[in-house]
Design a protein around this ligand. Sequence first.
Ligand SMILES: Nc1ncnc2c1ncn2[C@@H]1O[C@H](COP(=O)(O)OP(=O)(O)OP(=O)(O)O)[C@@H](O)[C@H]1O
Ligand SMILES: [Mg+2]
Length: 338
Amino acid sequence: MGAEGARGSDVKLPHARIGVGGPAVSQPGQSQTANRKSQIDVLALGAIAVDDLLFVENYPKADTKTRVESRSREIGGMAAGALIAAARLGARCAYAGVLGPKSNELVRFVEGRLRAEGIDLRHAPRHGDACPIHSIVIVDQKNHTRNIFHHRGGRVGADPKRPAAAVIRSARVLLLDHIGMPGMLRAAKIAKTAGVAIVSDIDRDSAPEFRELFALVDHAIVSQAFAKKLAPGRKPAEAARLLSRNRTAAVVTCGAKGAWFAEQGGKPRHIPAMMVNVVDTTGCGDVFHGAYAAALARGLSVPDCVTWGTVAAALKASGHGHENTPRLRELLRALRAL
Ligand SMILES: Nc1ncnc2c1ncn2[C@@H]1O[C@H](COP(=O)(O)OP(=O)(O)OP(=O)(O)O)[C@@H](O)[C@H]1O
Ligand SMILES: [Mg+2]
């Protein structure tokens, strides 16, 4: 294959066959997600963060004082964003990465937000030294830039030994990222043996567990930047095809340029981003993964999962934080209007 990349076919959103799915809908060649009796539709173990956003007129030079015009606190992190999206789309969701002590206000904040979305935290191990990632995000309102300063004040992400294997086996979809790699690898091995579909939001290949973990992933959804690292010199279409070999599917998300996906090394297809009045694209990737996982848990096809991710991420981008991350009826309304 040439470095030019395959052109592939374009999946036009308006003509895409959109399924709604539902429990116990299984298709040949699909993972068994929809067939088994599951207690959890989407289980995630990874990154949880608290983002403190400070809105300023201009991002300041060093050694100056700047007036903050407004501020807000949002929940962030790949796992949190994905689970919120999946839960709003009707999936039974659980978070089972580490949680810190209730005396920590950041922990209380994330638990409150996740619980408010109906996300089950019963399987999340609590450790005295665990803490969400804490980010200060300076938003320059004139030039539309964001500078992020993130801090890890303790353990975060997957625990190396928890949750219990039975919890992992009871899920339809396991959503992985790169936060807590030994625990991610353990969970992926258990999921693989049990036929639980593994979806990944991995964006880093530096950990020693990366290679083995990535090989276990059934649905690898990577950003364009990470695809370039994994398939140097390849265009997103060709990267999607290469990354989909030996797995159910690979998706390369390209921000406002939509996404490329391929199934089992087949012909890559493009799905354009949905046009919206963009307000805030922070965490679009997280919402894409969550909606994809929710669709997969319903037994939908890969093209339909990509469509759910695309539509949910665009709706999310039309508001601040998660204010417009869609509920199922909103997603279905947007799909009908395409
Ligand atoms: N401006 C936009 N308008 C419409 N949809 C968007 C826009 N930006 C992103 N999206 C949707 O969200 C998907 C994921 O976005 P992106 O590729 O930026 O993820 P990412 O690089 O993982 O970013 P992050 O995880 O920081 O949100 C895109 O494939 C697209 O469908
Ligand atoms: Mg991302």
